[in-house]
Design a protein around this ligand. Structure first.
Ligand SMILES: *Cc1c(COP(=O)(O)O)cnc(C)c1O
Length: 222
């Protein structure tokens, strides 16, 4: 599992195969390498193979790594729970924000941005307690308010289904997210992680967020 190059090749191949099953090209699915607890050196090895979209969910850790990787042309996605008081730092250092899940955060991001920034709305598709994600039932009211903000460009949805060892159990959640995308006319769907990304792709994912399948298991969990 420590062979980053071999892992990267294998994941890319699996993405292409799953995309073909959904009648799409592998190019239609963007691989976001999730690099929490991953060293800059390993990120470089993935980048050398063309994996240049990076997902981080911990701001401070991301900033340190970003600094040591400045020479690379990477695209940074913020994918973690975001406190409103961190909005400015995230705007300054990330290219995409995938975890917009409430109005005060959206407004704060909009105020701090001095350019249009692509965002995804993180949707909560289950009833389990979790600190992030907007309940699907609230999107109808929420979306027009966010699309009205001048600097946020709402491109789609992101979701994390409840964890299950059985990947197939994620499928109904992925399907639900795709239906919401169709309903609201938003093209991007960020869904699927190491254990269930092929199912997410079959259900229409346009971005998959993959950590352990690329870099091996993490020392500690977030
Ligand atoms: C850690 C994380 C991932 C990647 O998880 P893996 O199981 O390591 O692939 C994806 N999305 C989010 C929001 C994460 O925090």
């Amino acid at each position: 599992m420590n062979d980053v190059e071999e892992n990267c090749r294998r994941v890319v191949e699996r993405i292409h195969t799953a995309a073909a099953r959904s009648g799409r090209s592998g190019e239609a699915v963007r691989l976001i390498a999730v690099t929490k607890f991953v060293s800059p050196e390993k990120i470089r090895r993935a980048a050398a193979l063309g994996i240049t979209h990076i997902g981080e969910n911990r701001l401070q850790e991301a900033l340190t790594k970003r600094d040591s990787l400045r020479d690379l042309d990477l695209t940074w996605h913020f994918i973690g729970h975001l406190q409103t008081n961190k909005a400015r730092k995230v705007i300054e250092n990330f290219d995409w924000i995938q975890s917009v899940d409430r109005l005060d955060l959206a407004e704060k991001l909009d105020q701090q941005a001095h350019r249009r920034i692509p965002v995804l709305i993180e949707v909560k598709l289950h009833d389990e307690p979790s600190k992030s994600g907007m309940p699907a039932g609230e999107l109808q009211d929420f979306l027009p308010r966010v699309t009205g903000l001048k600097n946020l460009e709402v491109r789609g949805f992101m979701a994390v289904p409840p964890y299950s060892d059985i990947a197939e159990e994620s499928r109904p959640y992925f399907r639900r997210l795709r239906e919401l995308g169709v309903l609201f006319g938003l093209p991007e769907l960020s869904m699927g992680m190491s254990h269930d990304f092929e199912i997410a792709i079959e259900e229409g994912a346009t971005m998959v967020r993959i950590g352990t399948a690329l870099f091996g298991s993490r020392q500690s969990t977030p």
